[in-house]
Every structure is written in C-alpha cells, then in structure tokens.
Design a protein around this ligand. Sequence first.
Ligand code: GAR
Length: 219
Amino acid sequence: MSPLPRLAVLASGRGSNLQCLQDAITAGQLDAQIVGVFSDKPAAAALEKVAPAQRWACSPRDYADREAFDSALADAVAASQPDWIICAGYMRILGAGFVQRFSGRLVNIHPSLLPLHKGLHTHARAIEAGDAEHGASVHFVVPELDAGAVIAQARVPVLDGDSAEVLAKRVLAVEHPLLLASVQLLVAGRLAERDGMVHYDGQSVFSPLRLDSAGTLRR
Ligand code: GAR
C-alpha cells in the first residue's frame, strides 16, 4: 500500500475547515493524513484539534521581522514532510520566500469569488458592493495576495437584509465541501499548477471548477 498523502495545515483561528478535513479522513472520504497544524496564533482553537506533537505555533512578535518568522514557519512545515500545504483560515500574509519554497503544493481557501474581494472583510464588502452572489475560492498561493490560479469555487446568494455575519455563515457552509472536494482531487494527483494555470486531469482549467449541490466539483 502506498503511504497516505501528507497534509500540513496552516490555521489562525477556530479551525472548522481543518475539522472538516479531519472528519472526512475519519469517515474514509479523504485518503490522506494530517501531519501538522501550524499557526501564527498560539491560542488558536485549530491547534487543539491535533495532538501536541503535531502542533507548531509561534507569535510573529517573537521574531525580528517577517522573513525570520516565515523562515521558522517554513522550516517547521518542511520538517513535517508534507505533500500538500493547506491554508485553512491562516490570516497572516505569507512572504515570497515561503511561497516559493512550497510553490505548486500550497493552496488557500478564501471567502470570496476571486478575483473579487481579495484580503479582509470579504462578506461586508460583497454586501456593500451589491453583489447578487458571493462564495468561496480554493486557489494555489502565489506571492501576490489572493492572486493565484483559482482551482474551484462555491457560490451562495446574497439575500436582502443579510448582515456580514449571516452571509459569512452561509459561505462557511459551502467552504467545507469545497475545500474537501478540492483536497480530494489534490491528493489523488488530479490537479496541478503550471505556468500560473490550473490543470485538471492534465487539461487546462480556464474557469474555476464549480461545486454542485451534491458536493462534486464540475468543469
Ligand atoms: C474561513 O472563512 C476562511 O475562508 C477564512 O477564514 C475562515 C476560517 O474559518 N480565510 C481567510 O479569510 C483567508 N484570507 P475556520 O478557522 O473555521 O476554518
């Protein structure tokens, strides 16, 4: 039997996306293992979801500068020998050195329909912009913030009277199946990033895969 693909997860907060991956592994829906959870927030609830030996957390304040923190983080991630690095609610910008070290193996889930609403406060900004739809994207990470090739998206409607909190909950409900379906394809070796483009089963993807209501990604 070949060894299970190894996932390193970067998380800064509550860790519901990490939990979704763990639940899928337990249920036999994701053939992978989580080899470490890495955080810039030592108090992040996400860390509690794995055994102490699999946790790495340091505060950037304890490092001289961004490069020093990123390089310590990168060394810790590399030591876990990951096949894939998944940013699941990791809220600190990763420097170019980190991104280049893991290029092509580093993905992020972002709560907007990229290229719309990069950065923070995406739900409030979607409401403010009068968007009819909002959602989440899984993308390969490049040094420019939230600008890497988008693998897949899930969409939800923006409804009259939505607050940012209500809309965030609706988006989170589709983030979990979106991340799971994307990671299933990654670990199955069906996705790759080449020259800034996503390739799915060897073919270029010109617009992101879409999550259908059954939780399947479709071209
Ligand atoms: C998720 O909504 C994720 O998309 C977002 O943080 C949340 C983490 O939730 N990520 C970003 O905003 C990255 N820029 P979780 O900790 O419950 O998985």
